[in-house]
Design a protein around this ligand. Structure first.
Ligand SMILES: Nc1ncnc2c1ncn2[C@@H]1O[C@H](COP(=O)(O)OP(=O)(O)OP(=O)(O)O)[C@@H](O)[C@H]1O
Length: 262
């Protein structure tokens, strides 16, 4: 049984400032993902969502970006001093925008290569656990990733992230290019995962309605700053948030929560 969590547990970003070649992309943002919490990070194009994820994954330098000031802590440790590999080992996993699975490798191979060396002995168990969330992949284990449907590729990308045994799962643009029913099925399974393993989820989404519906707490980024934050349910019914962000959102299909995929 896990002990009582403290403010030091989970992911905490404080006053983070990021620049690309001197141009400011994040202007002092603070956010938190507590253990087992579902947090949404929303905002229009260019608001700074990807930059936040890059900073958390410690890959900013690949984009010629730099964290100028601020701190990122995870379970009391300084993420700012970690390599990208250490971030993953510490328990932060990233499901990238566009899935980025290996299309030439089979589903099984995609999963196997993601299992850390130290956990090779339990690879079978990890794969089995992930497949129990997304059974549609079970019959596809020997199929090349490139032949999967978009929804199946997203499921694979999530399963691949789960191979690292994360305590926080960052998912970038989960809904991009997917049918609403598939999206809601995947989100529903993420809820099962959270219930069973207490993993925290940071959902980075342009689809504000989806993001608010399936999170406990949300942050809205605008021009590199947090413009709104609060309980997702409250934001969902906030007239200002509604008029600015929810007007064109995808509607929730009435039967989505009962939909089975695969
Ligand atoms: N590699 C880069 N070099 C220079 N500027 C960048 C780079 N990546 C992003 N930016 C700038 O940083 C700001 C934040 O961009 P970011 O991609 O983080 O936003 P976003 O909310 O993820 O938007 P999108 O949904 O379009 O990806 C924008 O002004 C963008 O032009």
């Amino acid at each position: 049984m896990a002990g009582r969590s403290t403010d030091d547990d989970g992911l905490t970003v404080t006053d983070l400032v990021v620049e690309y070649s001197g141009a400011r992309a994040l202007d002092g943002i603070s956010l938190r993902v507590a253990p087992g919490q579902r947090v949404a990070l929303m905002g229009p194009n260019g608001a700074g969502k990807s930059t936040t994820i890059r900073a958390l994954s410690r890959v900013l330098d690949l984009y010629r970006g730099r964290a100028v000031s601020g701190t990122i802590r995870f379970d009391g440790r300084n993420v700012g001093a970690m390599s990208p590999q250490e971030v993953v080992r510490a328990g932060i996993a990233h499901v990238p925008e566009g899935r980025k699975i290996f299309s030439e490798l089979t589903v099984r191979e995609n999963l196997k290569v993601a299992v850390p060396r130290a956990a090779r002995g339990s690879a079978g168990d990890r794969i089995e656990q992930a497949l129990s969330l997304f059974p549609a992949l079970r019959g596809r284990l020997d199929m090349q990733g490139g032949w999967l449907s978009g929804g199946e590729q997203q499921m694979l990308a999530i399963c691949r992230a789960l191979m690292t045994g994360p305590r926080v799962l960052m998912i970038d643009e989960l809904s991009l290019g997917l049918a609403p029913k598939v999206v809601y099925w995947i989100v529903e399974q993420l809820e099962v995962l959270r219930r069973d393993t207490h993993v925290g989820v940071l959902l980075v989404e342009q689809n504000a309605r989806l993001a608010l519906k399936f999170s406990d707490y949300a942050y809205v980024l605008e021009n590199g700053r947090i413009a709104y934050s609060g309980d997702s349910d409250a934001l969902l019914h906030d007239p200002e948030v509604e008029s600015r962000y929810l007007g064109g959102g995808q509607a929730v299909p009435a039967d989505a929560r009962r939909t089975e995929v695969g």
